[in-house]
Each structure stands twice: as structure tokens, then as C-alpha cells.
Design a protein around this ligand. Structure first.
Ligand code: ATP
Ligand code: MG
Length: 377
């Protein structure tokens, strides 16, 4: 077993005591040295050969210190600690070589999670691709699509995928996966001030080795507990935790869907083709998104329940809408309903069905891996 020999560098005397005790209580971890002064740690810590350094980031000159610690301890993993996580400073630390950021005071579990996080398929310091799935109206098949797509992406790439159910009143992701989560987006939002990406991880429920879900509220009235600011912080943290993040939002333009769309690299407008006013809905949505100067790169269209689901149907719709269509999903009520009854993914139940093919195709486009099919729609 690998020895976790920790050196604690902490300027605050009270934290030094408190964190020392927590480290001592943590199994598989040994506190080999502790210093209040970072310069002392640089000079004297070497003899203790730490392989993990907890470095107080609330000290002046932290960026220079990080560099000096790296040179002095090239084989140690450095975890920055601080009183509050922020996207900007944390990414600076990580870019400067820190492995992650922990909010003080952390628990034994959080410390172990942080150490364990090093050994997971890393995001390689790169930020996730964040995708928001927006629909002008409800019942477009958006939740079903997100769940299956997340699975397809993780299978194709072995990448880590996070789903955030921000459909704050009537989020269905927990039902979809048959989960009874201990913690949801409500608890995560409540705790954002004390969380870092490492600790937020425990609020996500793993459904496979690489796919985890932050479930939606348990009751519609809890929507008030999730502020837009906390949702934005959660998305910012998730960006550093996964390689792909898929966000489900309530139908229509509302503060939640707008905030999630603004934070996403790609926003998919998901609309069911039902012979109604869908084309107008898409066009009106595009009008609103067109206030973004780069909306043509960031906004993509997915049509669901397309019948017949052919390249000709896709091209016809592109002409009518006047905008490219990124993907089409067939009408496959029986497949999705049978899968739901079975507690399984439509993708698993019928891997070669037109529905699975179209979802795999979209996953291929998102991950830019070679497509499964010869056809290109
Ligand atoms: N491709 C599809 N073909 C036919 N039926 C589908 C398809 N995808 C989903 N459905 C069915 O449509 C209904 C709505 O699906 P889903 O919950 O995924 O949509 P949604 O857009 O998330 O809805 P909501 O607005 O309630 O969040 C479900 O009964 C589901 O089984
Ligand atoms: Mg839904």
C-alpha cells in the first residue's frame, strides 16, 4: 500500500492544531511534519520525505510559494487549502501544479477523497465540456436524451461524466435512474460556501464507474433553496471535476435555464417534432440566443421523435428552420418506455436500435471520436 506521508503547512495557529488532529485521525495517512512558516517547511521539511503537502493558500505570495515547493519537492502532490473556494484562484493553483483545493477545515473523508482523486482518471488539468439542454416546451424527451447520452459518452471515451439535474421543480433524473439520493442540488447549493470540487463530489450519486448525478430537488417548493449564484458555483466546480457535464434545466426561458445556458460551452435546443408550432419555438429561441455574438458556435439543435428519422428529414428541417440540425432522435416510445419499466437504459436494452444509433452518433460528435455509422446525420 502506498504511504500517504503528509506535511502540513498552515499559517493560522488554530487551523494548524485542528488540521493536525484531523490528519492524525485519518486512516492510511501519516502526519510526518507540520510548519506554520512556509519558508521553514521549504528548508527543513525535506528530511521527512512527504509525498503529500497541504499548503495554506491564504498566505501572501502563494503563487511563488507553489513554484518553490514544486522545485523543492518534485515528487510530492500539493493540495492547496483555503477558507473559500473560487473558480479563478483554484484554477490558478491547479495551473501552477497543485492537485486540487480543499476548504478548511476539511474532514478525514474529504482529505481521503482528495488523495483518492489523484488516482482517478484525471481531467488532465483540462476543464470539462459543459452542455446545457434547453427546450422551449416540456416533454421533449430531454431528460431521456441526457441520461442515455451521458452513458454513451462515457462508454465511448471512458471519460468521467457528471449530470446536474437543475430542472429545479420537477427534475426527473433521480426517478429515471431509480435513485433515492441522500443529497441533492439543494444540499449542494446550501453548502457551496464551504465546498470545493473534491467535497462536492460526495453530493453526486454514482450510477456507473464514470457517470454521476447531482439529483434535483425532492419537492417543487425547494426551488427557492437553490439560488442562481449557488447553481453557477456548482457548475464552475463541476467543470473541474468531470470531463463532460450535462445539465438538465426546466423548459422555457427562466433564470435557471438562462444561467445554465450562459455557463455552458454548448447549449442544445431540444424540441420534439409533433406537427405543431415547434419550428416557431426553435426560431424564437434562436432569436433570444442570437444576442450572444458567438451563438452560432454555441447553440445547436436536436430534434426528437422524428418520424421517419432519416437524413432527408433532417435536411428538410434544416431548410425550414434555416439553421443546422446537430442531431435527430427517432420516435421510439416503446423502447424508452420498456427500458424505464425495466430500470435500464434504452441504449442497453436495444444497442442497435435506431434510437441507440442516433444517440451514439451524437455522443461521437460531442467527443469527436469516429462515428459508429457510415451515414452522417
Ligand atoms: N425519443 C422518444 N420517442 C418517444 N417517446 C419518448 C422519447 N424520449 C422520451 N420519450 C417519452 O416522452 C416522455 C417525456 O420524456 P422526458 O421526461 O425525457 O422528457 P422531458 O423533456 O425531460 O420532459 P419534462 O418537460 O417533463 O422534463 C416520457 O414518457 C418518455 O418515455
Ligand atoms: Mg425532464
Amino acid at each position: 500500500m502506498i504511504n500517504n506521508n503528509v506535511m502540513l503547512v498552515e499559517g493560522n495557529r488554530l487551523y494548524l492544531e485542528q488540521l493536525s488532529n484531523i490528519i492524525r485521525e485519518t486512516e492510511t495517512v501519516t502526519l510526518v511534519a507540520r510548519f506554520r512558516d512556509a519558508k521553514d517547511a521549504l528548508g527543513q521539511g525535506m528530511v521527512f520525505t512527504p509525498n503529500i503537502i497541504l499548503l495554506d493558500a491564504d498566505t501572501p505570495n502563494i503563487m511563488n510559494l507553489l513554484e518553490e515547493f514544486h522545485q523543492a519537492y518534485p515528487h510530492a502532490d500539493i493540495i492547496c487549502t483555503g477558507e473559500k473556494w473560487s473558480a479563478e484562484s483554484s484554477s490558478l493553483y491547479v495551473n501552477a501544479g497543485a492537485k486540487c483545493f480543499l476548504v478548511k477545515p476539511f474532514s478525514s473523508e474529504e482529505l481521503l477523497d482528495a488523495i483518492f482523486a489523484f488516482s482517478k482518471p484525471a481531467t488532465g488539468g483540462k476543464e470539462a465540456k459543459v452542455m446545457t439542454f434547453f427546450s422551449p416546451k416540456g416533454k421533449s424527451g430531454k431528460t431521456t436524451l441526457i441520461a442515455n447520452l451521458a452513458m454513451a459518452i462515457s462508454r465511448k471515451t471512458n471519460a468521467s461524466v457528471g449530470i446536474i439535474d437543475a430542472d429545479l421543480q420537477f427534475g426527473d433524473m433521480a426517478f429515471f435512474f431509480n435513485l433515492k439520493p441522500q443529497s441533492t442540488i439543494v444540499e449542494a447549493a446550501r453548502d457551496t460556501d464551504f465546498l470545493s470540487p473534491v467535497s462536492l463530489n460526495s453530493y453526486f450519486v454514482p450510477v456507473t464507474k464514470n457517470v454521476s448525478i447531482l439529483c434535483g430537488t425532492k419537492e417543487p417548493s425547494l426551488i427557492d433553496k437553490v439560488s442562481i449564484h449557488s447553481l453557477e458555483t456548482i457548475i464552475d466546480m463541476a467543470r473541474t471535476m468531470f470531463q463532460y457535464v450535462l445539465i438538465d434545466v426546466p423548459a422555457g426561458f427562466n433564470p435557471t435555464s438562462i444561467a445554465a445556458a450562459e455557463m455552458a460551452d454548448t447549449t442544445y435546443i431540444v424540441t420534439m417534432l409533433n406537427g405543431g408550432y415547434e419550428v416557431q419555438h426553435i426560431q424564437r429561441s434562436l432569436d433570444i440566443f442570437s444576442t450572444w455574438p458567438d451563438y452560432r458556435e454555441r447553440v445547436k439543435i436536436i430534434l426528437t421523435r422524428v418520424e421517419p428519422c432519416t437524413i432527408t428529414a433532417k435536411q428538410e428541417m434544416e431548410e425550414i428552420i434555416g439553421y443546422p440540425v446537430a442531431g435527430i432522435i427517432p420516435n421510439a416510445y416503446l423502447d424508452v418506455a420498456t427500458a424505464a419499466d425495466d430500470g435500464r437504459m434504452a441504449l442497453d436494452l436495444k444497442p442497435n436500435s435506431p434510437l441507440s444509433q442516433r444517440i451514439n452518433y451524437l455522443a461521437g460528435k460531442i467527443t469527436k471520436k469516429k462515428q459508429d455509422n457510415d451515414d452522417d446525420f
